[in-house]
Design a protein. Structure first.
Length: 144
């Protein structure tokens, strides 16, 4: 099954933040740190979700990982409209991942090949969405 979180933001930003805590660099760093704080946990929970049939508790772990990432990211406030937009895009993607996670559980219990294919297709599309968000964040945050 396609991993739901294949990409990690591994952006190297401009040197150090100069000035106040609301600079573009600082806001980018806060967003990237919030996402990266949960990347390993989400990847691990996603790997376990692939074997939910053998370990039904994996679905709860996946949902808890999504919630933790969502809660941390939702608590952040950004003055920079672009960074705020990226955060909202990531929050939307997390909501989509949560839904797909629930459908993975449903699909593993089903013999419906169409359902299983649709869930796989949706997971692949969500992975592409994450890659797009990561690319946009990196381009914006590394830009002058």
């Amino acid at each position: 099954m396609t991993r739901l979180f294949p990409a990690l933001i591994s952006s190297t930003l401009l040197a150090a933040t100069v000035g106040g805590c609301d600079t573009k660099v600082d806001q980018c760093n806060r967003l990237i740190n919030a996402v990266n704080n949960h990347a390993a946990t989400l990847a691990d929970a996603n790997n376990k979700l692939q074997k939910v049939k053998e370990n039904p508790a994996a679905a709860d772990e996946f949902a808890a990982s999504i919630k933790a990432a969502n809660d941390e990211l939702a608590a952040l406030k950004f003055k920079d409209e672009a960074v705020a937009g990226f955060a909202n895009d990531y929050l939307s993607m997390l909501a989509q991942a949560d839904g797909i996670g629930k459908r993975v559980v449903e699909a593993t219990k089903s013999t419906d090949a169409n359902l299983q294919k649709q869930v796989m297709d949706d997971a692949r599309e969500m992975a592409k969405l994450e890659e797009t968000i990561v690319s946009k964040v990196n381009a914006y945050c590394q830009g002058q």
